[in-house]
Design a protein around this ligand. Structure first.
Ligand SMILES: [Zn+2]
Length: 249
């Protein structure tokens, strides 16, 4: 038997009484845990294995499968489950993680990022529209898709009135160098947006959520980080479509 702490990022009911949960743990990465009897009203561990709960789990391993022995909540993040916008955004983060993170590989930093995002989603101190680009950009960096942010990849210029960001290879081109040759798959970045991408990609975690942007800049940043994520992972996400459909209502 071993004890892990982690956040539940998916739960699937199996039969009448059981469920299987995907847990992003600090200790052993992403794992699936079978919770026997968790759907019974009398189950003690039921609420601790609900979606987006941060819980301490005692688990047994048997033939490469994990089984829940007992569970207790650490932080329930209740407000996320009461708010459809927050819930659907957290679902999008979960889908990104389940698609990109290999099972049972150390991913302490991704767990930390997810927990930080759930924490601020839950307490509302950071707007969910800001948490989205923070998660997307930093998650890409943690997966190894850190853009080449030091400056123009041709002349090393650090800042220009407009820099161009290649969403496929993560390289920057200054406005002067962009006049030479054909450039595709690029977006224009104002100095503020480039600063924001640099900040989110490189800043220490304790300051990650202190970033402040105007609403138009935040929207622009969110479009860029979303497209960067989609292109880097070569995949679209239904949970993102759902989140965006709610924002339109
Ligand atoms: Zn240049």
């Amino acid at each position: 038997m071993q004890t892990v702490t982690g956040v539940i990022i998916r739960d699937v009911q199996v039969g009448d009484n059981d469920k299987i949960v995907s847990v992003l743990t600090r200790e052993i990465g992403l794992i699936d845990v079978t919770c026997k009897g968790a759907m019974k009203i009398t189950s003690k561990s039921s609420s601790s294995t609900d979606l987006f709960m941060f819980s301490k789990l005692c688990i047994n391993q048997n033939k490469n499968r994990y089984y829940l022995n007992s569970a207790e909540p650490i932080n329930p993040f209740y407000n996320i489950r009461l708010d459809l916008e927050k819930f659907s955004l957290a679902s999008y983060f979960s889908e990104l993680i389940r698609y990109s993170v290999l099972p049972e590989q150390p991913c302490d930093i991704v767990t930390r990022l997810m927990l930080n995002c759930l924490y601020f989603l839950d307490n509302g101190k950071v707007e969910h529209r800001m948490i989205k680009p923070i998660f997307e950009m930093r998650f890409m960096c943690e997966l190894g898709h850190l853009p080449a942010l030091l400056g123009c990849h041709i002349c090393n210029t650090y800042e220009a009135d407009t820099m161009y960001f290649n969403l496929h290879d993560g390289k920057l081109t200054c406005d002067e160098c962009s006049k030479v040759g054909e450039i595709t798959n690029i977006v224009a970045l104002s100095p503020k947006i480039l600063d924001a991408i640099r900040y989110i990609s490189l800043i220490d975690y304790k300051d990650l959520f202190k970033i402040k942007l105007s609403i138009p800049d935040r929207q622009k940043l969110s479009e860029i980080t979303e497209e960067y994520t989609r292109l880097q992972l070569s995949k679209s996400f239904k949970t993102l479509d759902f989140y965006k459909s709610i924002l339109l209502q």
